[in-house]
Design a protein around this ligand. Sequence first.
Ligand code: ADP
Length: 482
Amino acid sequence: MQDIEFKSQRAAALIGGYWVEGDRQFAVNNPATGELVANVADLGAEETRDAIAAAETALADWRKVPAKERSRLLRRWFDLVVENTDKLARLMTLEQGKPLAESRGEVGYGASFIEFYAEEAKRIAGETLPGHGADKRILVMREPIGVVAAITPWNFPLAMITRKCAPALAAGCTVVIKPAEATPLTALALAALALEAGIPQGAINVVTAKSPVAVGEVLTTDPRVRKVSFTGSTPVGKKLLAQCASTVKKTAMELGGNAPFIVFDDADLDAAVEGAIASKYRNAGQTCVCTNRFLVQSGIYDAFVEKLAARVRELKVGNGMEEGTIIGPLINQAAVDKVSAHVSDALDKGARLVEGGEAHALGHSFYTPTVLADVTPDMAVAREETFGPLAAVFRFDQDDQAIAMANDTPFGLAAYFYARDYKRIWHVMEALEYGMVAVNEGLLSTELAPFGGIKESGLGREGSHHGLEEFTELKYVCLGGL
Ligand code: ADP
């Protein structure tokens, strides 16, 4: 069994219940210090095919395990994840950088999917429908879709895995996980706990690799894989969708966003500022539902910018391991470069720097939390997701103008707005072209709700009973001759 803290500084991948070191290794470094966390197995196409074969073999038995037993095993996995909260959180902060309190929060959030789908495993029901003749009945069975490939990002190293794997396993599917190259250790620790819980060998496999291309190619083209569930950037999602076309796989795509956060004149200003902080600066701005564009009505604009900047000034930047840190490092230098590019582009085109605006004195990939005012739609930040601690504040006068600005993007993941007038609330809620809308709230993720986007933000939903149905197929049986 692999040590889930990786004290040996060497980590193996998991294929068919065996820990596989591979011939080569790649380094995982701490983004706050640059130090080595561990060397991880660097696998390729051949090992990916082995993992798919293991998942296919395990599928034959796992799909027949009674739902109540699958539920019990998932529940045991949930208990082990919760018992190991501190170890998992420390590991996540080491490889990802987020503050320890956020890592602990993510363990709880990630575990909640295992708990929820352990319960739902017992409630996967088919139906009987009236037949189309006196001697016929229609039976609708819900069956596991088969082997699932889960390709996951580094910003939520634990929760993006449980959000896919818990419903897949609950439905009777088996999985091959390809975690992000920056954060494979949390994935491996999670899989070790699944094995310890008694989830059978081969039902959960983890293929780690420095470059995702060869592994991704196999996962998206091998006919034994029946579903690819991906969370990551829109360009990669489009590529994987195209690759999945040759074998007509089902896909779930949780892709990028360009979240608007609208503050109307009648909003509760203090609540809006708190919501803004929560939605913008969590994980240093590196979540796909992070606000990218603050759209603020003229009457409340100056007060909002001033209060937001005052709150942002208080956000403590530091190593996530240190008590009191609110903003950790970004994942790498490329992430810092993107924030810098958005800031200079906006300043060149006439935006006003209110707070921050530069790489942080701590060096590495730390960036100072930033607020820009007088941002306009011609600036890069209006169109592209910054994925960093930059709040860009736009101005509008009329409600319709805000709705048009909010919807003026190919993305449609999360949107937020603050208002009090109930007619306005209904109107705006209905007019926003987004998969998720938060009204007078800055955080919306929960295992109880369907998470997902429309337009180029993706396909499918994760969480709630909808997230379970995604891993099942309907089989219609015509019972004749009755
Ligand atoms: P980000 O820009 O946030 O790192 P990516 O979309 O690049 O997001 O990465 C999300 C996940 O997709 C990671 O696990 C990454 O390794 C994987 N990935 C990236 N490119 C490919 C690819 N060509 N094939 C398969 N997986 C890929």
